[in-house]
Design a protein around this ligand. Sequence first.
Ligand code: SF4
Length: 137
Amino acid sequence: MRYEGMIFRPPSEANSLILQVTVGCSYNRCTFCGAYREKSFRAKSFDEVKSDIDEVSSYGIRIPRVFLADGDALILPQKELVQILDYLNLKLNGLERIGTYANARDILKKEREELQNLKELGLAIIYWAWNRGTLRY
Ligand code: SF4
């Protein structure tokens, strides 16, 4: 697994595989949050993400939970998120739940049908901008 910089995850994702699909936060201006100040936001390429999934998959262990890092992976275009979730479902043994951080802007950019599609692919929990809320949909 190739992580860039400090990785943060919610306490309830302590036993999850942390899969870094973006680096930093696309907004990065909340006055109360300095988590990603040192990082310039970028989306990892699918090849980078695929390589990490392939590595974990090669261990042959059961991985029920995955958390998509960094600060707001939901900012990724729908097509890219679907590609990642499809590949996780294909490769990981026993996958039950995928989670991610997001902010209100990311959520509002998605159509209802897009969020529904992500849910059907296993994205079952969104941690909404740190301690401001959790969305189960
Ligand atoms: S609280 Fe969330 S949206 Fe705001 S800067 Fe931190 S990671 Fe980004």
